[in-house]
Design a protein around this ligand. Structure first.
Ligand code: SF4
Length: 416
């Protein structure tokens, strides 16, 4: 068997290698995987983490995905819809606090009033957010499910044709049988496997930066399934990934099927993030908030395993409790300012810095479109110094270290 140290230096991986890496459990092996992913991120993407301020603007959904806490047939939920002014003001707040990007997320609707509402939100946000620090305005990520090509085009055009529009449409799983299990019966026509792939292709046709991803640790999901997910992301040439652990929701319809124990689930999710970085290399990868539901520092661990995007929740606090896709969702009671204040320190403790006022476009997207790319990612002086002695980063929260030798010791000790 190829020694792990040799395997982690490869630039291409066979399926058997990927499955082996995904299944690592020994702490020192997991630490080697983490280090490889973190260092590759530094080398290809740089040391900046970019924010996407997420506005969960409605929990009304016409669909019924079995794993989801805000599915249509959950009768226990108070449904809400933010006004256009509330959404735009949230986006303006994000820009004033130097987030270069916002994400609008809601349950899935395909009716014309909804399509027109989103179109107008995009237009207003793009019109309002232009400043000296963000002369090109904000970039916007949409996470609004499967829509027609015409709708995708309409939403992108509402942004003024700029290359600032991203869309996150998770495949959830590339295993057709598992996909059908998650979206069964009477609404299969609404959430069909082929329709999801077609929607991803339509997003590319419409000119979006295309993000996808899936759940990790689903009941019945194997390591081979996760490997197939990575191959799927490669095949559709994804620009960004949003992947998170599968966590039970009381409002969902899968309670009887259970979920993995938190500790092994967290490690599996982290392994998936790291292997995604090694395999897909220059894509943006988000550290899902769901990681924090498994460990207080879960999101930081995601950064340590190769993520370069975080999505602070800037939804007005009054409605946050009603957007629980899964149980124990973190930061429910925080104000946007609370999240912002604690997050930068956490990111710095991971040896990273925040890319303030920047869109943080996927390098993969820019390369795919032949757009200008810096030759090398810019690195802070601290990261340059750390790289020169091959220093890893601490896995626990704490102040950023300035003594590289101390970092080396702590990273090694803490991994055991
Ligand atoms: S996953 Fe999305 S489309 Fe499915 S029920 Fe939840 S909000 Fe609706």
């Amino acid at each position: 068997m190829t020694p792990l140290a040799v395997l982690l230096r490869q630039e291409a991986f066979a399926d058997a290698d990927i499955i082996r890496l995904l299944g690592l459990t020994d702490p020192s092996d997991c630490e080697r995987l983490r280090r490889a992913a973190y260092d590759l991120t530094t080398g290809i993407i740089g040391d900046k983490v970019h924010y996407r301020g997420i506005v969960e603007f409605s929990n009304r959904c016409t669909l019924n995905c079995r794993y989801c806490g805000i599915r249509r047939d959950n009768p226990t939920l108070d449904r809400y819809q933010l006004s256009m002014a509330e959404i735009v003001e949230s986006a303006v707040w994000a820009a004033e606090n130097r987030y270069g990007s916002v994400c609008l997320q809601a349950g899935e609707r395909r009716d014309w009033p909804f399509i027109d509402f989103v179109t107008e939100c995009i237009r207003l946000i793009r019109a309002r957010i232009v400043s000296a620090t963000q002369p090109d305005g904000a970039s916007i990520t949409l996470s609004l499910g499967e829509q027609t090509l015409d709708t995708y085009r309409r939403w992108r055009e509402a942004a003024g044709g700029a290359d600032c529009m991203r869309y996150l449409l998770r495949m959830e799983t590339s295993n057709p049988a598992l996909f059908a299990h998650l979206h069964p019966g009477g609404f299969a026509h609404e959430k069909g496997y082929a329709a999801r792939i077609q929607a991803l292709e339509n997003l590319r046709t419409a000119g979006f930066q295309v993000g996808t991803g899936g759940m990790i640790g689903l009941p019945g999901q194997t390591l081979a399934d996760l490997c197939a997910d990575l191959r799927f992301y490669q095949r559709i040439d994804a620009d960004m990934l949003g992947m998170g652990p599968y966590i039970l929701s009381q409002g969902a319809d899968m309670g009887a099927e259970g979920m993995m124990e938190p500790a092994p689930l967290l490690q599996r999710a982290l392994n998936m993030l790291a292997v995604a970085r090694l395999v897909l290399r220059d894509v943006n990868i988000a550290a899902a908030t769901a990681l924090q539901a498994l460990a207080a520092d879960g999101r930081e661990r995601g950064i340590a395993y190769g993520c370069n995007i975080v999505m602070p929740n800037i939804t007005p606090r009054a409605v946050r409790k009603a957007y629980q896709l899964y149980d124990n969702k973190p930061c429910i009671d925080d104000q946007p300012t609370d999240c912002s204040a604690c997050l930068e320190g956490r990111i710095r403790s991971m040896g990273r810095r925040v890319g303030w006022d920047e869109w943080g476009c996927s390098r993969h997207f820019r390369r795919r479109l032949g757009l200008a790319l810096p030759d090398r990612p810019s690195l802070s002086a601290e990261t340059q110094a750390a790289k020169s002695v091959h220093v890893g980063i601490p896995l626990r929260r704490g102040p950023a270290r300035t003594d590289p030798a101390a970092d080396l010791t702590s990273a090694t000790d803490r991994s055991r």
